[in-house]
Design a protein around this ligand. Sequence first.
Ligand SMILES: [Zn+2]
Ligand SMILES: [Zn+2]
Length: 166
Amino acid sequence: MSVWEKLAIVVASVAGMELFAWAAHRYIMHGWGWAWHRDHHEPHDRVLERNDLYAVVFGLGVMVLFLLGLFWQPVLWWVALGITVYGAIYTLVHDGIVHGRWFRWVPRRGYAKRLVQAHKLHHATVGKKGGVSFGFVWAPDPARLKAELKRQRASGLATVRAAAVD
Ligand SMILES: [Zn+2]
Ligand SMILES: [Zn+2]
């Protein structure tokens, strides 16, 4: 593999992970996996969340992929690297910037601000039903998300915290 092929695989894996994360968040965490995700949506003062178990599971998965890459198909090693890069971005953005678990920094403008707003709006719904913005790095327009939340509230699809949209 050339260095460009390796780079392309890593970039594609990072992009693919955003899709995977969106789908897993939408259909697993807010579906049959809600029991592990729930405490991420509820106020608490513990350092760790049951939701962190997802990071452990995905971490073990990527370790297996690194091993498969090492002993079987080298391409998988580069895919695993892309997944790890996404994991690092996710940890920095979601746990760091949005939820302030490791440091405090509130972005006041630009894409970073939009990203925080989009994920805060994901946290605007109560319970697992409905909701918006299941991706993390891809941040839709907050105004559109608010309109969608209002629509979900009006149709009884979701319970929405009033402060978030009114
Ligand atoms: Zn969620
Ligand atoms: Zn969150």
